[in-house]
Ligand binder design. Sequence first.
Ligand code: BYC
Ligand code: FE
Ligand code: FE
Length: 476
Amino acid sequence: MASFSLDRIPNNVDLSSDPRLQKALELWQPNFARWWQEMGPSGFQQDHIYLRTAVDVAPGGWAHFDFVRMPEYRWGIFLAPSQRDRVIGFGDNLGRPVWNEVPGELRKELRRIIVTQGDTEPASVEQQRQLGQTAPSLYDLRNLFQVNVEEGRHLWAMVYLLHRYFGRDGREEAEEMLVRHSGDADTPRLLEAFNKPIASWLDFFCFAMFADRDGKYQLAALAESGFDPLARSTQFMLTEEAHHLFVGETGIGRIVERTAELMVQDPSEDVTRCGGIPLDMIQRYVNEWFSTSLDLFGGEDSSNAARYFAAGLKGRYRECSDARYDDHVALESAYRLCAPGADGALHEMQIPMRRAMNAILRDSYADECRRAVERWNVHLRGRGIGFTLRLPSLAFNRRQGVFAGMLATPAGQPLVAAEFDRARDEFLPSSRDRAYVASLMVPVYEPGKIAGWIAPPRKGINGKPPELEYVRRASA
Ligand code: BYC
Ligand code: FE
Ligand code: FE
């Protein structure tokens, strides 16, 4: 492997002027390279893949597309341009200048936010490690790797902040990012969704649709943080995130389209007989990944979230950038929280607004998810199909927050354990569903060809045709 030089890191943070930081990153980089080889995409490392690389932050020209081998991808460090005289937009420090160094009294909180964010990025790469072996097309294979290298860059973004602003403990945290592994019994990733297997492409598309979208909302909240380097770093990460959400939403959309096509061709036939994924099965995967992703918002009633808001570290979705909130202090108001009471039924109660910040961010997220699901339903209705895909209730299948441990139907109806056990396989992917989906996962690596369970993409990447050879196999 070519010896590593910081010149190879595209950056706009003037890395070369900070020898201490440079040295720290030079020590970390070989560990990252080793991690990528051992835990990153299995196979394909010698192939030439049509990838986008971030090379700048200018809106029109931030990305460069070319065929590259993944180990030679140039993981860069970019901050969005600083805004002059930017002030904190919410909480107790409202109107004060943003911080360019870590305030001592917020060090612990900031470190925790950055570490939690950073941990998810390599975790997702680990979870998706085997998917290249069963890609439905070269177009999809390329999209998988695009997402993977960009999650790698997001790790670099958080590691840069740790190295630059947190000294010795930041460097230790950066090391830990490569020591914890998704699903590891002793050193798992920090958040539950990032320890679950992503076993099939249906899981992958659901993950990109729902978990990456949590990423969008968390990053958007951090993009308005009073700690300016975090705000500028996450702002730029959001530009890449849009593609990840596109991969998820259009991935599920294309499966829905293919299933609809099979249903219209032969209305009396079970689509599994012609290799399609039935809509009720897709619904169960949606139930699973939406509920898992809701857990990523943390507790609905959270003193941590109240502290982050009070300090000006993390607000609501577009807290400062649009007009949806008129009160950025949020000390006088309350949030109506629906939660299970002692009787097991759902009741509404009031909690102080600041403690509800996780719930409010989650509400914005769920609204956006609902709009996307509705786009799939428009397609089904257009085909004359009566089935409607739905997001499950906030109360369904939760492990975090007020609904944790409650048993409910996807519609939110409380159940006792025996009822839930009996109906479980109607709500969540069953072992039969998983075996069936797994049976469909056979690789299609011929340019322009597509697996039978998914419709082809409408467009290719970066204006190229869909049938371009997006991955040129080294040994094919
Ligand atoms: N799993 O007050 P609470 C992305 C813990 S995704 C396990 O309820 P808080 C991406 C919590 O740590 C975006 N543990 O919530 C997507 C706390 O523990 P302690 C990632 C959990 O603190 C796809 C306790 O429960 N970014 O980028 O407000 C591919 C009570 O906490 C979970 C961020 O998350 C869970 N799900 O935490 C690639 C942003 N939820 O302190 C990438 C940074 C909560 O009692 N993180 N706990 O030991 C945060 O802002 C917050 O830490 C959380 C919510 C959003 C996670
Ligand atoms: Fe990311
Ligand atoms: Fe992402």
